[in-house]
Design a protein. Sequence first.
Length: 263
Amino acid sequence: MKIWPVLLILLLPSATDAASVMKSTRPWPNATVPYHLTPDLLKTAGTKSKDCTGWAKWPAASAAHKVCKAMDDWYQRSGVRFIARDRIDSVQINLNRNATTATVGYLPIGNQVNIQPGANYGSILHEFGHTLGLAHEHQRTDRANFLTIEPFLQTHLDTCGLKFDPVCNDVRNAFPTKAMRLTSDYDPCSLMHYLASQTPRHKEDPRWGRIFTLTAKGKAAEKACLPQFANLPPRCRKVGQKCAISIQDAAIERRFHGLDQPS
Ligand SMILES: [Zn+2]
């Protein structure tokens, strides 16, 4: 498996730490995602199982429990299935000390999800949204109707070009607009939208504490979508929430995979 990182760099310029679907993204054949859990990930649950069998009884704080719960949650909402298979096109689900990331949509090889040992459930659920093909909602080309990017971030977007430093690498990856092939109405409630506050992203620069402000249209869209989260805690009832799959996230997934009715 040592060749994966090299192949990824060569093949996957769009891999993101990354509810809309980019033009370049491919759906999973037969709406089925083969996955493989690495031994270090399974070890977090202290299980002898080789896959998600029995996950509901594993310690809820373990990374393996959260990963399996996230796959089950997406299946329940979208109908896209996850099956345990170790194949060349399987999603390799790894523990990773440095970052929680995922590749986007189906790739013939190199699909992966990386989970930091302490990652919270919402972040993991977000990464599996990428696995299923979802892009970041705030990267839609129509975002300017709904949010105003803060000047410091806009300056980065305008000037980073090919500069290689941690901030520019991040900005190029997670913030430019992207051409989409499939979108809902702009969804401030999407699990795939970023929070306005990105603290502690790039700790040396406090301006990351606010990266955008909703426009009047954005506020109206937020007000219209938030009732679906009425029973969730306050931190979940705002743009950029990392708690739950939104109605539109699930609907786009079903459309992308030809599953128009929830199964
Ligand atoms: Zn993301």
